[in-house]
Write a protein that binds this ligand. Structure first.
Ligand SMILES: CC(C)(COP(=O)(O)OP(=O)(O)OC[C@H]1O[C@@H](n2cnc3c(N)ncnc32)[C@H](O)[C@@H]1OP(=O)(O)O)[C@@H](O)C(=O)NCCC(=O)NCCS
Length: 217
C-alpha cells in the first residue's frame, strides 16, 4: 500500500459479504452484542465510535494523536471489499439505537499470506470480553480466507493489548529497536510462529499517515 489512503469510493465493490462471521452473544451481565462485518452504511456509526474513543485509546490504536475521521478515511474504513480488507464491528442496541462498541480489521500484507490487524473497543465497554470475542472472529475470518498468520504492531506501553494478545495465543517480539513497538503474531495453523518481517504493513502506513496529519478531518 502506498503512503496514502486509496480512493475507494469510485471503485468500491463487495467481493462477498461474509455472513458466516456474524456472531451474537450475551456476556455475564446479560448484555447482548453482535459481531458483524462492516457495511458502507456504517460510516456515521464508525465516525461516532472513533470520535468517542479517549485520546489514550486513539493513541494506542493509531500509535499517535489523531482526531476525527475525514470522509476519505471513513470510506476506506467502511467500503470493505472482503477480499483484501476485512472489517468487523461489535454493536450494541440501546433502546432501539445501534451503536458500535468495537472495530477489528485486517488488511492482507504484501506477502499475500498474512494479514495486519488492528482493534479498538470503546473505553466504557472495555473489560467485558468484547476484544477477545472480536479477535476470535478475526482469526476465524483469516483462516477461512486461507491466510497463514495475523500480525500487528502494539505500543510497548499498551499493557491491555499485550495482555489480550497473550491470552489470545499471539507470539510477541520487538518490532524494531527504536520503534517502541512490540510485534505480535499468531500462526493460524499452529499456536505460535516466528516473526517474518519488521516493516510496517498497510494499517501501520495508514496510521503513520493519519498521525502525520494529526487528524482525519
Ligand atoms: C486492548 C483492548 C482492545 C482490549 O479490549 P477489551 O474488550 O477491554 O478486552 P477484553 O475484555 O476482551 O479482555 C481480554 C483479556 O485481555 C487482557 N486485558 C484486557 N484489558 C486489560 C488491561 N487493561 N490490563 C491488563 N490486561 C487486559 C486480559 O487478559 C483480559 O482477560 P480477563 O478480562 O479475563 O483478564 C482495549 O483496551 C482497547 O481498545 N484499547 C485501545 C485501543 C488499542 O490499544 N488497540 C490495540 C492496538 S492494535
Amino acid at each position: 500500500m502506498s503512503n496514502s489512503i486509496p480512493a475507494t469510493s469510485a471503485r468500491y465493490a463487495i467481493c462477498r459479504y461474509p455472513t458466516t462471521l456474524i456472531d451474537i452473544w450475551r456476556n455475564k451481565r446479560g448484555e447482548q452484542f453482535v459481531l458483524r462485518p462492516v457495511l458502507p452504511q456504517d460510516k456515521p456509526l464508525l465516525q461516532e465510535f472513533y470520535s468517542s474513543l479517549s485520546p489514550l485509546s486513539r493513541r494506542m490504536r493509531f500509535h499517535g494523536a489523531v482526531n476525527a475521521l475525514s470522509p476519505s478515511t471513513l470510506n476506506y474504513m467502511s467500503d470493505i471489499d472482503y477480499d483484501h480488507h476485512l472489517a468487523l464491528v461489535v454493536t450494541f442496541v440501546n433502546e432501539g439505537v445501534e451503536i458500535i462498541v468495537a472495530d477489528a480489521r485486517y488488511v492482507i500484507d504484501a506477502s499475500q499470506r498474512g494479514g495486519e490487524f488492528a482493534i479498538a473497543v470503546s473505553d466504557v465497554w472495555q473489560r467485558r470480553g468484547i476484544a477477545e470475542r472480536a479477535m476470535t472472529g478475526l482469526c476465524k475470518a483469516a483462516k477461512l480466507q486461507g491466510l497463514d498468520w495475523l500480525w500487528g504492531d502494539v505500543l510497548m506501553d499498551n499493557g491491555a493489548m499485550l495482555g489480550l494478545m497473550r491470552k489470545a495465543g499471539f507470539y510477541q517480539s520487538a518490532a524494531g529497536e527504536e520503534s517502541g513497538m512490540v510485534r505480535v503474531e499468531r500462526n493460524l495453523a499452529k499456536a505460535t510462529a516466528p516473526v517474518k518481517t519488521h516493516k510496517p504493513g498497510p494499517l501501520g502506513l495508514l496510521a503513520q499517515w493519519l498521525v502525520a496529519g494529526r487528524s482525519y478531518a
